[in-house]
Design a protein around this ligand. Structure first.
Ligand code: ADP
Ligand code: MG
Length: 229
């Protein structure tokens, strides 16, 4: 059923450069993500994982093709509408946390909720719940610089889901962490995604993590191809 699909990419092209030095990264990439489904994106460096996630998250425009988020086709929308959809429907986790350094962990998780218009008390309550869920509640008043890499990523994950998005996009979310911390952080991410019925697309080089997802895809010659790890 079509309304079962939270994210779809159809015929996505993306190239960089001009003239004789055009680098074609995505060439007619197609993909659909259903409600509650988790998908690992596993592909070598430089093949276009980040490009794909940025396009799916409406952070970047494709050169051709259509991105549909929550049933809304985004190609012809203006920047303001795209921003609204991105804020309400998409959660993004980067390899490096990208937390705001001058704010506490709790404030970082509250921020997207306040921007979305939630009252301060509600944003704070939900922020605390999410940090507790990520087992980082006791560090709520600390700034990012006072947290370890794994703690920073757990805050970044809490922030990404603060507005209860339709889809979580994570770009090598544990790529900067040592294996043990990566495993712990990923388990917390996975539990949160499963418990909330979120749909997720997660770029990773970690095959153990990839196998825990419902499906695995890779990039071959600019297209998205299913594979079994
Ligand atoms: P991955 O995340 O799989 O490592 P990326 O999506 O970051 O791959 O990049 C894919 C390719 O596109 C790389 O060769 C990269 O150098 C190139 N690329 C990415 N962004 C730009 C850009 N803004 N300008 C030019 N080339 C870019
Ligand atoms: Mg990348």
């Amino acid at each position: 059923m079509a309304n079962d699909v939270v994210l779809s990419l159809a015929g996505i092209d993306r190239h960089y450069g001009q003239g004789e030095t055009v680098l074609s990264i995505l060439k007619g990439a197609d993909f659909t993500l259903k409600t509650g489904e988790t998908v690992a994106l596993v592909a070598p460096s430089g093949t276009g994982k980040s490009t794909l996630l940025h396009i799916a998250g409406l952070l970047e425009h494709p050169d051709a093709g259509e991105v549909t988020v929550g049933g809304i086709a985004c190609h012809d929308l203006g920047d303001e509408q795209r921003t609204t959809i991105r804020r309400n429907s998409v959660g993004f986790v980067y390899q490096f946390h990208h937390l705001l350094p001058e704010f506490t962990a709790l404030e970082n998780v509250m921020m997207p909720q306040l921007i979305a218009g939630l009252p301060h008390a509600e944003a704070k309550e939900r922020g605390k719940q999410l940090l507790d869920y990520m087992r980082i509640g006791p560090r709520a008043e600390h700034r990012p610089a006072e947290l370890s890499g794994g703690e920073q990523q757990r805050v970044a994950i809490a922030r990404a889901v603060a507005n209860a998005p339709l889809v979580l996009l994570a770009d090598e979310p544990t790529g900067n962490l040592d294996p043990e911390t990566a495993s712990y952080v990923f388990s917390a991410l996975e539990a949160l995604v499963r418990q909330s019925g979120l749909s997720a697309m997660i770029a990773t080089h970690n095959h153990e993590i990839a196998r825990r997802m419902d499906r695995c895809v890779t990039l071959v010659d600019g297209k998205i191809v299913e594979f079994h790890p």
